[in-house]
Design a protein around this ligand. Structure first.
Ligand code: GLN
Length: 446
């Protein structure tokens, strides 16, 4: 009830929720009370949370931030939803997001922009901007997110909270609406690493319903939070401190590195030479995959259908023209072009080769270091509207986050010293399936 009251009172100015499920939350809270009374409660029983509206929720609208799915009530729960429900976490609602998770500012949502609680003239980041703003404004202690190219880490950074993107395959993608399937990964937002560890432990695990789900053994990510960082080797890529990085952000990140030194860690300068190729390869691969994934939104099986179609083609055309916003259409066009005969080798295959190079950079770096640190984003939260009509400048703001998804690695954003009253996130990148260490390193800082 406390959180529902706060949503009622504050979300009018933030717009972080698309749907509030008060009845469901209160009924689940009552069940949690009963479990607590019976002594059968787990560590998360009764802790409220909210899901990014990309996760399918049985009987509850699942819009993915799009007019296309404005009328879609999912007939089943995503695996993540099922797992957190089973852990006893009441669902407060579904959070706002960029349309189909495409964006870095939460301005492409059909439901309007989300505002940053630190300054409502500024964006909260995207695409999981609603989930980040809700935790930052204390409208929910925990929210879920998805990260295809930074959508958990960047909004966490811009709103001063903690957000973790696990290794690709760690968290089931079943029921998480697909944007770019080889990059998409579900994760969690919370106030700190310890809370993230608790929830990630409940979310993770092999799922036979997701063919890319990892069979890696599930771990209790809370068990190593208190380990000492003595002797930890931190790689700092020089490419992450070049042109385009805001001076204040750079100073704040360097101060955080000094604190890690004081905790016993050793700083090692490393190279990730293909960093500059992450944006061009990502912005071919992600649109290519999205153009295939979004072909299912045809007005036939579900979603928006135009009025009075004259024939099938007219129905496809008008349903999709009306249902998708301009950023989604731009991605579909870029992706279709990159996949078309004659261009496939020149763009898509080339981008896949570059992706391999980017991954190899990280594999090599991890032969010598335990974690890699740098900024999450080149600036603090920018103004609403500032980059909205300039897609290229919006894409450039993803410079430090995309490579992690191309390589499939886990990474976390940890709030460090703010700049001019606005939050800054330190990015900690880990080796494959090394989330325990990431959470431990993040926890020791706080
Ligand atoms: N900003 C990136 C994009 O628009 C990443 C989004 C995401 O991680 N979902 O594709």
């Amino acid at each position: 009830q406390h959180f529902l009251d706060r949503i009622e009172k504050h979300d009018g100015s933030l717009n972080s929720f698309i749907t509030v499920t008060a009845d469901i939350a209160l009924a689940q809270a009552a069940e949690a009370d009963a479990q607590i009374a019976a002594g059968t409660a787990g560590p998360l029983t009764g802790i409220p949370m909210a899901h990014k509206d990309i996760f399918c929720t049985d009987g509850v609208k699942t819009s993915c931030g799009s007019k296309m799915l404005d009328n879609f009530i999912s007939p089943y729960d995503a695996t993540v939803v099922e797992k957190l429900k089973a852990a006893g976490m009441p669902m407060l609602g579904k959070t706002n997001m960029d349309e189909f998770a495409m964006g870095s500012s939460n301005e492409t949502s059909f439901y309007g922009a989300v505002k940053n609680p630190w300054d409502t003239d500024r964006v909260p980041g995207g695409s999981s901007g609603g989930s980040a703003a809700a935790v930052a404004a204390r409208l929910a202690p925990i929210t879920t997110g998805s990260d295809t190219g930074g959508s958990i880490r960047q909004p966490a950074s811009l709103t001063g909270i903690t957000g973790i993107k696990p290794t690709y395959g760690r968290v089931s993608r079943f029921g998480m609406i697909a944007y770019a399937s080889s990059l998409d990964q579900g994760g969690v937002f919370a106030r700190d690493a310890a809370d993230c560890a608790l929830v990630l432990s409940a979310m993770s695990g092999f799922d036979e319903k997701d063919s890319t789900s990892s069979e890696e053994e599930n771990v209790d990510f809370t068990s190593s939070l208190d380990k000492s960082l003595d002797g930890l080797r931190i790689g700092v890529p020089k490419e992450y401190f070049g042109e385009g990085l805001d001076e204040g952000v750079s100073t704040s990140i360097k101060a955080a590195l000094e604190q890690y030194k004081a905790l016993g860690a050793e700083i090692v300068e490393i190279e990730l030479p293909n960093t500059g190729l992450a944006i061009p390869s990502y912005y071919v691969i992600a649109p290519a995959e999205c153009s295939a994934n979004l072909s299912r939104m045809d007005g036939v099986r579900y979603g928006h259908r135009c009025e009075n179609p004259v024939d099938l083609e007219d129905m496809y055309k008008r349903s999709r023209s009306e249902g998708f916003g301009s950023e989604v259409k731009r991605r579909i066009m870029v992706g279709t072009y990159a996949l078309s005969a004659g261009y496939y080798d020149a763009y898509y295959i080339k981008a896949q080769k570059v992706r391999r190079k980017i991954k190899e950079d990280f594999v090599k770096a991890f032969e010598n270091v335990d974690v890699i640190m740098g900024p999450v984003a080149p600036t603090t939260a920018f103004k609403v509207g500032e980059k909205k009509d300039d897609p290229v400048s919006m894409y450039l703001s993803d410079i430090y986050t995309l490579a992690v998804n191309l390589a499939g690695l886990p990474a976390i954003s940890v709030p460090v010293e703010p700049v001019a009253g606005l939050p800054v996130g330190l990015q900690i990148i880990g080796n494959y399936f090394d989330e325990s260490r990431l959470l431990n390193v993040a926890h020791q800082f706080q």
